[in-house]
Design a binder for this molecule. Structure first.
Ligand code: AMP
Length: 471
């Protein structure tokens, strides 16, 4: 059954039970179903049909979730704008050819509209279901897109591998504390409903929300957990805490397991590939914290060299994957798609190796990105913004470990002749053009860039080693 069929069916089964708690408001499963039917009627009246493209630019509310389910029920392609997008990113997305922009106001209007008939399922297995704007900062949206067949797998308990089944048994009360633009939040919300649990969209800050809502499960990036542990937040109600989106230091996983017990899971994946591997609480207890987990049964992993040849077992290579849930390609970007999809395999551009126990370890990334929080920032895009300033002749951007955000952006600029760049003013250009996360934590003026043996700029020699911020 295609999405949102499994979610709608689970709502029908127990209409009086709660589906979503939004702050103090409780929306029952029957009420959510009613919202979906009204939204579907309103969307149909606005001309949406299978294959129409909907951009969601709204907050995370039951109405917005219902409108998304309705758009999917009609067989539309749905993408959600990321919070914190710059005007440039919004303009890029809007020009990309969406038939409708779903705002909070429109979702409220649809949800209050006349009750429509039950939506005729409009999706086709090969139709496009969901696009995810990579957290990226390239200005123009780069969006992996999944077919209905691929997207629906996440919501079919019969397709869940044993570790996922075990994980979902803890999702009685799932805290959905970040935007639904995050595929992780969106997916776990739907899975929680399918598994019979309640999704909680809190109005409190995360540090208070877990205890206040007696959440039994939630998801977050490792730096967020580090902050919560440091502040002594009460996380004792959690029976499952899923970490992902960025590297988690073994020491953090171990500290978290010491404090919270055997509740720490780690998911490794990407927007293009979906989930690739999972590390379970048993793995954490057994000290396998250097790994990102075991590839899921449905995911084939192959470690390849730069020419796409398989490397010997245990050797480092680029992680290539093949799975039924990976993307069909980048939306309307065949050239970009061709760079990563080869013969049915997807190049993740992550580097790693498989150990003797079959656990996957990551050792780096082939692409030049910096992961700030869980947001992927492209060094090249930031360099282009800085280098466009008349005071700057060359710009180089590197990532460095950061206690607050995991990694942070650091920029180095060589002045244009006779000019004196202002580091603060340069840093301020970046959030306006790209995204807040891409803002350099430091901008350092250098006279020349170090060169490697081949005479090329050696960015690794620029990596800051201490707090040398010149901002
Ligand atoms: P995104 O598509 O924005 O989710 O970013 C995906 C990238 O984040 C992956 O290709 C990895 O480089 C990194 N990543 C995601 N999960 C993990 C993890 N558990 N450990 C290390 N890196 C991760």
């Amino acid at each position: 059954m295609l999405f949102p069929g499994p979610v709608l069916e689970s709502l029908e089964r127990a209409p009086s039970r709660p589906a979503i708690e939004h702050g103090t408001r409780v929306v029952t499963r029957g009420e959510l179903l009613g919202l979906v039917a009204r939204c579907a009627g309103g969307l149909r009246a606005r001309g949406l049909r299978p294959g129409s493209c909907v951009l969601v630019h709204a907050g995370s509310t039951p109405e917005v979730y219902a409108a998304q389910l309705a758009a999917h029920a009609l067989g539309c392609l749905v993408g959600m704008a990321r919070p914190g997008w710059s005007p440039v990113q919004h303009a890029g997305a809007r020009q990309a050819g969406f038939d409708l922009v779903l705002t909070d106001a429109l979702a409220a209007e649809l949800a209050a509209g006349p009750s429509g008939e039950a939506a005729e399922p409009g999706a086709e297995p090969d139709g496009l279901a969901r696009l995810t704007f990579t957290s990226g900062s390239t200005g123009s949206p780069k969006a992996p897109v999944q077919t209905y067949r691929a997207y629906s797998l996440a919501y079919r308990p019969s397709a869940w591998p044993p570790p996922l089944k075990a994980l979902m048994a803890n999702f009685e009360r799932c805290l959905v504390h970040a935007s639904l633009a995050s595929p992780v939040m969106m997916t776990y919300l739907g899975r929680t409903l399918v598994a019979g649990g309640v999704a909680i969209i809190p109005e409190l800050p995360l540090a208070e929300a877990v205890a206040a809502h007696r959440a039994t499960a939630t998801m977050m990036a490792p730096p967020v957990l580090a902050g919560l542990l440091e502040r002594g937040a009460d996380l004792t109600s959690l029976r499952a805490l899923v970490l992902g989106g960025a590297p988690a230091a073994p020491s953090l996983l171990e500290r978290a397991a010491d404090r919270l017990g055997p509740v720490i899971w780690q998911g490794y994946g990407q927007a293009e590939a979906g989930v690739i591997a999972m590390l379970t609480p048993e793995d954490v207890a057994a000290g396998r914290t250097g790994a990102v987990g075991r590839p899921l049964p449905a995911v084939q992993v192959s470690l390849r060299d730069g020419e796409g040849r398989q490397v010997p077992h245990g050797a480092d290579g680029e992680v290539w994957v093949r799975s039924p849930h990976m993307m069909a390609g980048y939306w309307r970007a065949p050239e970009l798609t061709g760079e990563v999809l080869r013969d049915g395999w997807l190049r993740t551009r992550d580097l790693g190796f498989l150990d003797r126990d079959g656990l996957l370890h990551l050792t780096g990334r082939t692409r030049d990105v910096i992961i700030v929080g869980a947001e992927v920032c492209y060094a090249g895009a930031i360099e282009r913004v800085l280098a466009a300033h008349p005071d700057v002749e060359q710009a180089y951007v590197v990532g460095a470990p950061d206690a607050e955000t995991g990694e942070a952006v650091h920029a180095f600029v060589v002045p244009a002749p006779g000019r004196t760049p202002d580091p603060g003013a340069l840093a301020a250009l970046v959030p306006a053009a790209l995204s807040a996360a891409s803002t350099p934590r430091s901008v350092t003026v250098i006279r020349r860039v170090p060169l490697n043996a081949a005479g090329k700029p050696d960015k690794s020699a620029l990596r800051p080693t201490g707090p040398s911020a010149t901002r």
